[in-house]
Structure formats: structure tokens, C-alpha cells
Design a protein around this ligand. Structure first.
Ligand code: BG6
Length: 484
């Protein structure tokens, strides 16, 4: 029986740029057990064919040479359009009738995808519920909610509460596209499908962990949204904390949504809450020069486009091992990487043995755009006494597996269709993440807020952040990945 996907916000950017190309790719690769019907819902008046034609153009643009006309011609037959206004309950009654006509007597699974601005989440949920579209059968209706999920703890709690009036938690799929990235899932495999890493993945061997999501781009046309979000809400509360959870969690008892999410959320609960002192000492914010000249941004805006946090995890594995999270726009290059910095050897046997951390062993998980893992370690330089140099073992996805990597949305859409919530955030997880970020956001707005350091686009954020790290006897691993 074919499922149905209803996309709210069908005429939006996410739909044409990510969702439809991902669904097309899944279709092309034969990944659907039963190819789904895809119904677009938004206010624009399109006929089915008009919407299909406009998607053909955008999909061809975004999937490039993988666009095959013959396959698209088959795929487009799965696509429908139903015009409606999320704010109007009667439009959900007509949607229900349309879906009934389309599906006939089949009791099919349905996925409602809220690809809308966050202010439409509540009306969409409410109208789905009131039109009887949320709970017609046991677990055959699911809803996918995009980020941002709330703007602070209180609003996230309120939104969870509201959603739960109409959908049970097991029907709710809060998406964070970072979890759909192959290299992020591979971190689970690296840690839990191998024996050699686990024994050293702890405070006995690791000095600290750095998680960096750097973007070369500046905010551009999204400045209006970005100015109210800033880097904490846009990146750290969701993507970086997800990476931290996967890096720091214990092995789940089974590969199953709740077992995984239980372990992830425990990490967030173990993060030491910030107090007045640590907020000043362990949080760092910056803004790139020129940001306030962007359209949609107040000239006096103090929104952070760069942040670095030092987090402590109070548990047996990680006591005393700081986790540094750092993200910014207008950085030197685009790179997402997780650096596991091991300690220096306990005894210097050779004159040349590493004595500072920069020379000590390091595992670098390259999430994107380079995709792979490098292990940095000391090697004897030939014919030079006991001189040594840092060298690396390099695993590169492209070289090893050829062919292009799937887009994160492919995996996530397929999982949501199949009812696997392992790679989606649970209500308590999102709230725990806000519980960590709220005090930082509040401190950054308070009257004695910490300095907002300025930086020039094209570097690694404010220079003072480098010094902040050096004062702690550590150094950022500022290396742009080599692609290819
Ligand atoms: C989004 C943020 O969630 O993630 C954007 O809103 C950011 O500001 C983007 O650019 C980064 O995603 P990716 O997959 O390109 O790293």
C-alpha cells in the first residue's frame, strides 16, 4: 500500500531545494518499498501539472547530472497539488476530502511534513487534529517538524505541549538534518561497531574535544530571520549539540529509536549548567564585520554570528574533559569537524617526543565537505636519528566508496516514512538542549553581557577566541580540509 506525504509550505524553498530532490533520488534509486504519493499544500494556486513542471526545473537544477527525464516522467505522476491556507480550518476539510479521493478505501500511512515558517507549526497541527487527520488509525499518521523547534525552553515546552494535544510523541518526528548526514551516522559505527576506539574514548586518554561547524558564507538573504536567531539558536542548540551527543553518548542497548535517544539525552543532562562565573569564563561570542549592513538587520544589532562554548560533562567517562563547541558564519572555509584530541604521552622517551598537545595524537572526524576520518600520530623521520613528525592515516569516503554521497534528507524522509525515529529528536531532547542554551542567550542579553568581539570575514572568527583557547593551553584545529 502506498503511503502519502503531504508537504505544507509546498511553494517554499526547502521543498524545491531539498525535499523533492531527495524524494526523486529515492525513487530513482528504487529505495521505496511502495513509492509514495506526494501532495503539496500551500496558498499559491497551481494545477497539479503546473506544480510538477516547476518542480521539474528546480529538481533538475539541484540534482544535476543525476536528473533523468525518463525517470522524472514516472516520478511526476506521483505528485499532486492542493491549494489551501494553513490558517483556515475549512481548507483542511477540503484537504481531507482530496486525500480520501486520492487514496480511495486504502488505510494508508501518511506523513505530514511541516516545511513552513515556524509560526505556522501550531495552526497546521491544530487544523490537522481538528479535521480528524491526526489519529485515524494506530501509528499510521506521522508529522515531521522542521527546526527551529521553539526559540527558548519555554516556547519549546509550550510547542511540545500543543503538539501532544493532537499527536502522540511516537507520531512526532523533529528533524535535524545533521543526523541525516552519512558521516554523522558513521560516528555511531566508528564508536560502536569497532573494538579499538571504545577503550580509549574517555577521560583516561582524551584531553578535550572540539566540535566546529564553520561556514564561509555570510547570512545573505536570510538576514531578517537570522538576526532574531543568531548562531546559538541557528546552529548550536540543534546541530552542534546533536554532534556532541553522538560523540559523547554511551552505547545504546539496541539500535532502536528510544534506546538511542535515551543515551543521547543523558549526555545533555550530564552537562554542567552554566552559572554566572562560567557564563563569563566559558562562553565567547563574535560578529563579523559588515553584518549590520545586511538588509533586514538593525544597524545596532548585537546578534552573534560566531560563538564558542566550553562545556563540562559530569559523568564517569568525561569528567575533566572539556567539549569545545564553535560555529560561525563568514569563516575561513566551510568545514564541519569533530576533533578528538588525545593527551601527550605520559613519559618522554625521545627528545623529540610530543610535549605539547598540538603534536599529540588526534582523531579528526571530517563531517563535511571533506568526508572521512584522519588519525594523526608521530612517526620516525627516516635517516634522521630519532627525529619524528606528525603523520596521518586517512580514510576518505569518496576514495573508498566512489559515487556521490546521498543528501541528508533522503535518509531522513525514508526513515520517517518507515516509522523509524532513531535519527529524530525527541521532545525531552529538544527541551534539554534549550535548557543548556537559555542561560547563555539570557546572559548575552543582560546588562553586563560579555564582549561581542568583531572579526573580519574569511578567518577563523575573532582573534581573541584563539587567545582564549591558548590561555587554556590548547589550540583550535584550524585547518581547511583538502577535498578530492
Ligand atoms: C541550517 C541553518 O539549519 O543549517 C543555516 O539554518 C546553516 O544557517 C545550515 O547554513 C548548515 O547546513 P549544512 O548542511 O550546509 O551544514
Amino acid at each position: 500500500m502506498s503511503p502519502t506525504i503531504v508537504i505544507f509550505g509546498a511553494s517554499g524553498d526547502l521543498t524545491s531545494r531539498k525535499l523533492i530532490p531527495a524524494l526523486y533520488q529515492l525513487f530513482r534509486k528504487g529505495r521505496f518499498k511502495n513509492p509514495p504519493r506526494i501532495v503539496g499544500f500551500s496558498r499559491s494556486k497551481f494545477s497539479h501539472d503546473q506544480w510538477r513542471d516547476s518542480l521539474a526545473e528546480t529538481t533538475a537544477k539541484f540534482v544535476g547530472e543525476r536528473f533523468e527525464q525518463k525517470i522524472w516522467d514516472e516520478f511526476r505522476e506521483l505528485i499532486y497539488y492542493h491549494a489551501g491556507d494553513i490558517g483556515k480550518s475549512e481548507d483542511f476539510d477540503s484537504l481531507r476530502e482530496f486525500l480520501q479521493q486520492l487514496e480511495g478505501d486504502e488505510q494508508c500511512e501518511r506523513l505530514y511534513y511541516l516545511s513552513t515558517a515556524p509560526r505556522f507549526y501550531k495552526p497546521a497541527i491544530e487544523h490537522l487534529g481538528k479535521a480528524g487527520l491526526a489519529d485515524e488509525c494506530d501509528n499510521c499518521r506521522r508529522v515531521v517538524i522542521e527546526k527551529p523547534f521553539g526559540t527558548d525552553l519555554a516556547s519549546a515546552q509550550e510547542l511540545n505541549h500543543f503538539v501532544h494535544e493532537f499527536f502522540d510523541e511516537h507520531q512526532v518526528y523533529r528533524i535535524d538534518h545533521y543526523l541525516g548526514k552519512e558521516t554523522v551516522q558513521n560516528l555511531l559505527v566508528l564508536r560502536f561497531a569497532n573494538t579499538i576506539f571504545e577503550p580509549i574514548w574517555n577521560r583516561n586518554y582524551i584531553d578535550h574535544v572540539q566540535i566546529t561547524v564553520a561556514e564561509e558564507v555570510v547570512v545573505g538573504s536570510r538576514a531578517g530571520y537570522y538576526d532574531s536567531a543568531g548562531v546559538m539558536r541557528d546552529m548550536i542548540q540543534n546541530h552542534l549539540l546533536q554532534l556532541l551527543m553522538i560523540t559523547a553518548m554511551e552505547a545504546p542497548v539496541r539500535y532502536e529509536a528510544d534506546a538511542i535517544r535515551n543515551e543521547k539525552v543523558k549526555v545533555l543532562h550530564a552537562i554542567r549548567p552554566f552559572d554566572d562565573e562560567s557564563l563569563k569564563r566559558d562562553t565567547f561570542r563574535g560578529q563579523y564585520r559588515g553584518y549590520t549592513a545586511s538588509e533586514g538587520v538593525e544597524p545596532t544589532s548585537r546578534t552573534a554570528t560566531f560563538a564558542a562554548l566550553k562545556l563540562a560533562i559530569d559523568n564517569w567517562r568525561w569528567q575533566g574533559v572539556p567539549f569545545y563547541l564553535r560555529s560561525g558564519k563568514g569563516m575561513s572555509c566551510r568545514t564541519t569537524q569533530i576533533v578528538i584530541q588525545f593527551k601527550t604521552p605520559p613519559h618522554r622517551l625521545f627528545d623529540d617526543s610530543p610535549s605539547d598537545l598540538g603534536e599529540a595524537d588526534r582523531l579528526v572526524v571530517q563531517v563535511q565537505p571533506a568526508e572521512g576520518i584522519q588519525l594523526h600520530f608521530q612517526t620516525k623521520v627516516p635517516d634522521a636519528g630519532m627525529k619524528m613528525r606528525q603523520t596521518d592515516l586517512n580514510f576518505n569516503y569518496q576514495q573508498e566508496f566512489r559515487g556521490s554521497m546521498p543528501e541528508a534528507y533522503e535518509r531522513l524522509l525514508l526513515d520517517a516514512l518507515e516509522g523509524d525515529a532513531s535519527l529524530f529528536a525527541r521532545a525531552d531532547e529538544v527541551e534539554a538542549a534549550w535548557r543548556i542554551c537559555d542561560p547563555v542567550l539570557n546572559a548575552w542579553q543582560s546588562s553586563d553581557r560579555p564582549t561581542l568581539f568583531m572579526y573580519d570575514p574569511g578567518f577563523w572568527g575573532p582573534n581573541e577566541c584563539r587567545e582564549w583557547m591558548l590561555q587554556q593551553g590548547r589550540e583550535w584545529f584550524d585547518t581547511c580540509p583538502v577535498l578530492g
